[in-house]
Design a protein around this ligand. Structure first.
Ligand code: FSO
Ligand code: SF4
Length: 562
């Protein structure tokens, strides 16, 4: 038995699995606690599904808790064992409360004898104590490889579903924070989690569930898009400064726009500049945030540069979601986490109480006590090309395609990561024919968003729709173009897909694209380790998914329409 087993992200050691310690920095202890938490979420789902279906027993708070906990286990979100212990305790309490209600109702309807036998362990297990070591021991027994004899394709499909659900949970949690809700998504998450424990489901059944995960993923992305744009307005084409201003600063990273809003409110008139980092960059395009004079632009690049960039930033840093990298000593004292993010010893800003904002005063105090940011670069970069902007110039876009000025769109969305092989994406962006336009979302764009790729008929050659959370825009634009050109098949559009993946939100975006019928997707820098040979074969056969190859070969194939 290995010290741990995790293969949920692109950095899985040797593209097989992290078995000693996570390449991301995750300890075996945290890995076991995450495994135990996921197993208990399946236990909650067991009761939630049966309660909802036959017994009229529902617990909306617990349904949301399941989504939040899936989000907490996403790559680079939370590395703090104490938080997991507290969440495991809450998971057991919530599961047992739901179980109590469901069994009581079942007893009323069918008699007590019919309701308490044959229950799976995850639906009933209670630890002897909440000592981290006790939980660690149990976590070792319930992880991905708990049953070594499980059919590899079944294991692969179950994990593919769980990772898609983690992405869905992240998008859904963001929407719920903005009070946009859809209980069907939460119910689906539980239904699908429960299904991953059902030994009667065949590989074919699970392939069906993978596509349903993609379908519900489209809905989760739509819900988040509605939440963001109805709360903060439609992103506008914007030239964002990437330099620095004099004075102390706060650098906000992650994806949570409500945290940004409250931070901007609380820093008003305090002589502090607020900068975005990584995936917070697209916030600079929202009308609601542009009104703050002290919202100063973007600092640095994608998540994996943070150790160097947080160091040189000098001021306070706030991580609202993934991706967090082990903090260096030089800035650990001025790094704050909030929401589901955590690092042992980092100061955590507590959740907002009903009707109140979060209290960011420790972050503000740290900023005022710190040095000014050192400039990394100067100038501006263009952002703000989400669906409303692109569709507002739809006539121009369609005309440019019809006249041949734009020959092809290349969707290069997804994540950035540390591997050197990701230079491929910079090289592809540079090598694409000048009549090709890149559509992007997510931190993958940092591989090419500062390149001078120019414009075609006033349309920038990089259309940045926003965060990975805004990938809905790309699907929406594709569907609108399909309608505008009167096509029956989305694959007849002049669009190629060259997606970069790193963590589980990108897995959901991929499943959403598959559900929408998109074929011939290139995926890199490597195919996921959790795809068994059999499952990879199914994806190749039905969807023509392929790994990236060389820059020359892929650019030539894209230009030829493949
Ligand atoms: Fe990037 Fe990290 Fe947005 Fe991901 S910051 S990699 S897909 O967590 O979330 O794009
Ligand atoms: Fe390894 Fe990725 Fe899992 Fe971290 S999240 S332990 S890098 S596979």
């Amino acid at each position: 038995m290995t010290a741990m087993f995790c293969y949920q992200c692109e950095e899985a050691a040797k593209n097989v699995a992290c078995t000693v310690r996570g390449v991301c920095g995750k300890s075996p202890e945290v890995s076991h606690l995450q495994d135990l938490l996921i197993w208990l979420l399946k236990g909650i789902s067991f009761w939630a599904v049966r309660g909802r279906k036959n017994l009229n027993v529902v617990d909306p708070e617990t349904d949301l808790f399941v989504a939040e906990m899936l989000f907490a286990t996403i790559t680079n979100a939370n590395f703090d064992p104490d938080r997991y212990v507290a969440w495991i305790k809450e998971a057991v309490a919530r599961r047992d409360a739901l179980r109590g209600k469901a069994q009581a109702r079942c007893g009323e309807l069918h008699g007590a004898d019919a309701c308490g036998s044959g229950l799976p362990e995850h639906a009933v297990w209670v630890p002897k104590s909440y000592d981290a070591q006790v939980l660690d021991m149990k976590g070792r027994l319930v992880g991905i490889m708990a049953n070594p004899d499980l059919d590899p394709d079944v294991r692969s499909l179950r994990e593919l579903i769980v990772y898609g659900l983690k992405g869905m949970a992240a998008y859904t949690e963001h929407a719920y924070v903005l009070e946009h809700t859809n209980d069907d998504i939460l119910a689906f998450i539980e239904e699908a989690l429960d299904a991953t424990t059902d030994d009667s489901l065949s590989a074919d059944d699970l392939v069906g569930l993978v596509l349903r995960t993609g379908e519900m993923g489209v809905e989760a992305m739509r819900l988040l898009d509605e939440a963001n744009t109805s709360t903060y307005g439609n992103p506008e084409p914007t030239q964002v400064s990437i330099g620095v201003r004099p004075g102390p600063g706060i650098l906000i990273s992650g994806h949570d726009l409500r945290d940004l809003e409250e931070l901007l409110e609380q820093t008003k008139g305090k002589g502090i500049n607020v900068y975005t980092h990584g995936e917070m960059l697209p916030a600079n395009a929202y009308p609601a945030f542009k009104k703050y004079d002290h919202f100063a632009g973007n600092y640095g690049g994608s998540w994996w540069h943070q150790q160097r960039e947080f160091d040189s930033f000098g001021g306070a840093i706030l991580l609202t979601t993934n991706c967090l990298v082990e903090p260096k000593e030089s800035y650990a004292g001025r790094l704050f986490t909030t929401g589901l993010v955590g690092w042992p010893g980092a100061v955590h800003i507590a959740d907002r109480k009903p009707g109140e904002q979060k209290d960011f005063s420790p972050v503000i105090a740290a900023a005022l006590a710190s040095s000014e940011p050192k400039a990394l670069e100067e100038g501006t970069i263009p952002i703000g090309f989400a669906h409303a902007t692109v569709m507002s110039v739809a006539d121009k876009v369609i005309e440019a395609v019809k006249s041949g000025a734009i020959k092809r769109f290349v969707v290069m969305a997804g994540c950035d990561g540390r591997h050197k092989t990701r230079e491929y994406y910079t090289d592809v962006a540079e090598a694409l024919p000048k009549d090709h336009v890149i559509l992007t979302a997510g931190c993958a764009k940092y591989r090419y968003n500062k390149l001078p790729l120019g414009e075609i008929a006033g349309i920038p050659r990089i259309l940045d729709a926003g965060q990975c959370n805004d990938s809905y825009s790309l699907a929406y634009i594709a569907l609108q173009l399909k309608a505008a050109f009167g096509l029956d098949d989305i694959n007849d559009l002049p669009i190629s897909y060259d997606i970069a993946w790193y963590e589980q939100k990108a897995v959901l975006v991929l499943l959403a694209l598959l559900y929408l019928g998109v074929k011939h997707i290139r995926l890199g820098p490597v195919l996921p380790a959790f795809l068994s040979p059999g499952v990879a074969e199914v994806l190749v056969k039905h969807f023509d998914i392929k790994p990236i190859s060389t820059v020359e070969a892929d650019v030539a194939a894209i230009a030829a329409g493949a």
